[in-house]
Design a protein. Structure first.
Length: 184
């Protein structure tokens, strides 16, 4: 069933709103949850962190896919922080490591953003700046390189291999903006 272009953002917004009612942590940038993850005080279970990460990806996809605007920086950091915290929590429960969950959250942030934006070196520098040292550099390098290579491999035939390449310069170039009633 074809949906008029000017209705798609309303549908996307409705879906994001419904999801946001049940998981308000995924709305907006999610900086509060990220801060808890980076401080190692998120205090949530592995499944909860994984579900929040998945919901953030879903709502970002619905927003952008329905013609809305949204950035990729904060969502990729959010997803990375929560995935890193989930991995750290799981590894603690299994007795694999006693590495700080906060450090793994930072490494997760770097891995997801480095792959999504295709900026592995800049991401490693960012982590060194954020932490004020190089203690996390080895795990960050490993995670970012794996993420970057995986992203390159998965998008080798994609029209837009990087999130930034797929973004339009402004709303005026959007087909939804052009088809809206009263648009120029």
């Amino acid at each position: 069933m074809p949906i008029p272009n000017h209705v798609k953002p309303a549908i996307g917004g409705l879906i994001v709103g419904i999801v946001g009612m049940f998981a308000p942590q995924i709305l907006a940038g999610g900086y509060g949850v990220m801060q808890l993850a980076v401080q190692g005080t998120v205090g949530a279970g592995v499944l909860f962190l994984l579900v929040l990460s998945l919901l953030k990806v879903l709502t970002l996809s619905m927003t952008i896919g329905s013609g809305g605007s949204g950035g990729v920086f904060a969502p990729s950091l959010f997803v990375g922080a929560l995935l890193g915290a989930a991995l750290g929590t799981l590894m603690h429960h299994l007795g694999i490591t006693d590495a700080p969950i906060a450090g793994l959250a930072l490494v997760g942030m770097a891995a997801v953003f480095g792959g999504a934006a295709r900026v592995p070196i800049a991401t490693m520098v960012m982590v060194a700046e954020m932490t004020g040292g190089y203690k996390l550099m080895a795990p960050t390098m490993l995670a970012v390189v794996i993420s970057f290579l995986l992203q390159v491999w998965l998008t080798r035939k994609a029209r837009y291999p990087s999130l930034y390449e797929a973004q339009l310069p402004g709303p005026e170039q959007s087909p939804i903006y052009k088809s809206a009633p009263g648009a120029r």
